[in-house]
Design a protein around this ligand. Structure first.
Ligand SMILES: *[C@@H]1O[C@H](CO)[C@@H](O)[C@H](O)[C@H]1NC(C)=O
Ligand SMILES: *[C@@H]1O[C@H](CO)[C@@H](O)[C@H](O)[C@H]1NC(C)=O
Ligand SMILES: *[C@@H]1O[C@H](CO)[C@@H](O)[C@H](O)[C@H]1NC(C)=O
Ligand SMILES: *[C@@H]1O[C@H](CO)[C@@H](O)[C@H](O)[C@H]1NC(C)=O
Ligand SMILES: *[C@@H]1O[C@H](CO)[C@@H](O)[C@H](O)[C@H]1NC(C)=O
Ligand SMILES: *[C@@H]1O[C@H](CO)[C@@H](O)[C@H](O)[C@H]1NC(C)=O
Length: 620
């Protein structure tokens, strides 16, 4: 285990369910018109629009913060964020080979925006707030040609950069109190800014698009209007529509062949705006999506475009019929739990924020969404007969849903008084066991007549929140893990404590070995510990992670393999008997919260705090 990851076998990432919709203009349609490109954590995903097959570009060590593609599609470039005091990488990718071409490291803390020159000679990069510089890179040599502060000292952050359509020597930067057209003087290795005159207008610009002939460029502002700027005179040609039309500001603009502008706004509005006249009016009634629009991407010059939102959704729009189809949907808040129905690998459920979603494993398609507005779901479990999906909520209620329709089956009110934090069901489908934030473990009997659970017993030995509950295979007892540093094995007939194990840790996860005679535990002390169930003695303890707690654990039905995931963002596949890691999965950018093997052992599913669901191939 103390070996670096490089010496271990790597789990193959098959698919992801996630999209970081907080990256402005982060959604791209490749010029080949067949692929969609978008960021998820530190990964860049290339997704075939026909087959939905995903490919992954990995190389960033932290969140991708910006993404761009060159005009012919030969190059992709992505920038990242990093910690204070460090430099943030730009990676230029060879699209055809799907490989890393250059790593360009100069900007501090964050790369804010990127743009390729029209003939792909240069890449211009903009550093974030802590960096404040603009740099031009030569794409033949990967050398920095020249750089400069992006704006005058008195201006705020520069948010965006875009190249002219025809000249490799002209680009535009814009942001808080700054709007500049730059000229590249290659001989003298200099870039020269020319300030635009915005007159009386005080605007913060979040996106810039240059027209076909480089005569004008359009700026989307946080005030919700568009400034049309004359490239030559650097003066405002016109602006509109009236303030307030796009509340929460304009995040992206795309220019259509007709000269009209496609506009995406922070209130979820997508609108077609007349671009060439002095009056800005909507060409068609605006459409609205959930969340804030953060990207608009045209598919070629054709009749389709795509919209990305900060609620991790991607929609496809058709001009012809104004139809909107969601094609990617993902969680946008920490994913707390993942569960497979017993013996069923085709689908699984996850919970995140106020959502429970059911996914098709093979296609990553969302099959069902259950929302309890403004409430947080902590844990989920399928009843073993598959007839209901039981969920644990922060308001102290247990809610059971019908997994096909999503209809509420029943609610147990006041199940716990500090929120329900863990849940499990018994094999005979006659009991639910719940754990609460206050430390109680409660057993609920499901009457055959009414199908509604009634409180059977409350067991009060834990001193703080229950984090995980597992029922012993073949019944009769269960084990609960708690933040109080103990795991307790309970007799489910007499409702008394059978055993207790203790450690100087907040226990986060526990599993029974299928034979039922051992449990393994883990938590914030980063140790994986094996215990005998009959006397609570510790058999073995191994280091499970070098950094950060272990939050999720699962064991194969034959008891030979264990998977763990935690704050080191890694998925580890262990041999149970050896207590040694043989496989590691690198791909999460957030702390891993839970991991599960699918019942037929084809895949491993892991979920993380950044909203991502990752699906790995189980090694044969
Ligand atoms: C993407 O899908 C198209 C259409 O099915 C296919 O022609 C193309 O080869 C696919 N590309 C990849 C990389 O799979
Ligand atoms: C400028 O834009 C037009 C239309 O988008 C395109 O046809 C043309 O190739 C572009 N010019 C260059 C140099 O890429
Ligand atoms: C999305 O953006 C809107 C507007 O900027 C903001 O109010 C909202 O909290 C954001 N939602 C998420 C999930 O980030
Ligand atoms: C637009 O929508 C129609 C009907 O949904 C569909 O048949 C057509 O293929 C779509 N157009 C494109 C370019 O996908
Ligand atoms: C992720 O784990 C690290 C290390 O344990 C911790 O410092 C950080 O707060 C965690 N992140 C979140 C969002 O909880
Ligand atoms: C990375 O992105 C996730 C999800 O958007 C966010 O929760 C996390 O704070 C980001 N990390 C950094 C270092 O910005």
């Amino acid at each position: 285990l103390n070996m670096p990851c490089d010496d271990l076998n790597h789990l193959e990432l098959v698919s992801t369910i996630g999209f970081n919709g907080n990256v402005n203009r982060g959604l791209i349609i490749h010029p080949d018109r067949e692929h969609m490109i978008y960021p998820l954590g530190s990964t860049v995903i290339i997704r075939n629009l026909t087959t939905n097959r995903q490919e992954f570009l990995t190389g960033h060590k932290n969140n991708v913060s910006c993404l761009t593609v060159s005009k012919s599609g030969k190059y992709l470039a992505s920038g990242q964020v990093t910690h204070m005091g460090f430099k943030a990488d730009i990676i230029v990718w060879d699209y055809e080979k799907r490989s890393l071409l250059y790593r360009l490291t100069l900007h501090k803390v964050k790369v804010e925006a990127l743009a390729f020159s029209p003939n792909e000679l240069y890449l211009v990069s903009l550093g974030g707030q802590d960096d404040g510089s603009v740099v031009v890179w030569n794409m033949k040599t990967a050398a920095a040609v020249c750089g400069s502060p992006a704006a005058v000292q008195s201006a705020g952050t520069t948010f965006t950069v875009n190249y002219a359509n025809n000249s490799d020597d002209i680009f535009v930067t814009a942001g808080e109190g700054t709007l500049r057209v730059w000229e590249l003087d290659l001989q003298n290795r200099k870039i020269r800014p020319l300030e635009c005159n915005m007159g009386q207008l005080k605007r913060i610009v979040k996106c810039v698009e240059v027209d076909e002939n480089d005569h004008y460029f359009y700026c989307g502002t946080t005030s919700g209007d568009i400034l049309k700027m004359n490239m030559k005179t650097k003066l405002v040609a016109n602006y509109g529509p009236a303030k307030g039309k796009f509340s929460r500001g304009i995040a992206d603009i795309k220019i259509l062949k007709t000269g009209d502008l496609l506009v995406g706004a922070g209130d979820g509005t997508v609108a077609l705006v007349k671009g060439n006249s002095d009056k800005y009016g909507l060409v068609k009634p605006a459409m609205k999506v959930q969340g804030a629009v953060t990207s608009i991407a045209l598919r070629g010059e054709g009749h389709q475009f795509f919209v990305g939102t900060n609620k991790s959704q991607i929609f496809r729009f058709n001009f012809t019929d104004s139809a909107m189809t969601p094609i990617v949907s993902a969680h946008y808040e920490p994913v707390a739990d993942v569960a497979f129905p017993v013996g069923c690998s085709e689908l699984f459920a996850t919970c995140s924020g106020d959502d429970i979603r059911v996914w098709h494993t093979l296609t990553s398609r969302e099959l069902l969404r259950i929302t309890v507005p403004n409430m947080i779901c902590h844990a989920i479990e399928f009843m073993q007969d598959g007839h209901s999906l039981i969920s644990a909520w922060e308001d102290g209620k247990i809610r059971a849903f019908l997994p096909e329709s999503g209809k509420l089956h029943y609610t147990i009110d006041n199940a716990h008084n500090s929120g329900v934090t863990a849940i499990a069901t018994t094999e005979d489908c006659k009991k639910i066991i719940s754990g609460g934030g206050e430390g109680q473990v409660r057993v609920w009997d499901i009457s055959e007549r009414t199908n509604i659970p009634r409180l059977k017993e409350a067991m009060k030995e834990h001193k703080s929140a229950i984090t995980c509950i597992k029922v012993r295979p073949n019944g009769g007892e269960c084990v609960t893990a708690s933040d109080d540093g103990t795991c307790i094995i309970w007799d489910l007939c007499r409702f008394v404590r059978k055993q207790m194990v203790m450690s100087n840790t907040l226990f986060r996860c526990v599993c029974y070995h299928p034979m039922g005679i051992q449990i393994i535990t883990s938590g914030t002390d980063r140790k994986v510990a094996y215990w005998e169930t009959f006397d609570g003695s510790q058999i073995r303890e191994v280091e499970g992670s070098k950094t950060g707690s272990i939050n999720g654990m699962d064991i194969s039905p034959d008891g030979t393999a264990v998977i763990t995931g935690g704050d080191d963002k890694l998925i580890k596949l262990w041999d149970y008997n050896e207590g040694a890691v043989h496989w590691v999965g690198e791909g999460h950018s957030g702390n891993v919260t839970r991991v599960k093997m699918c019942p037929n052992r084809a895949y491993i599913v892991s979920v993380s705090q950044d909203g991502a669901i990752l699906i790995w191939r189980y090694p044969q």
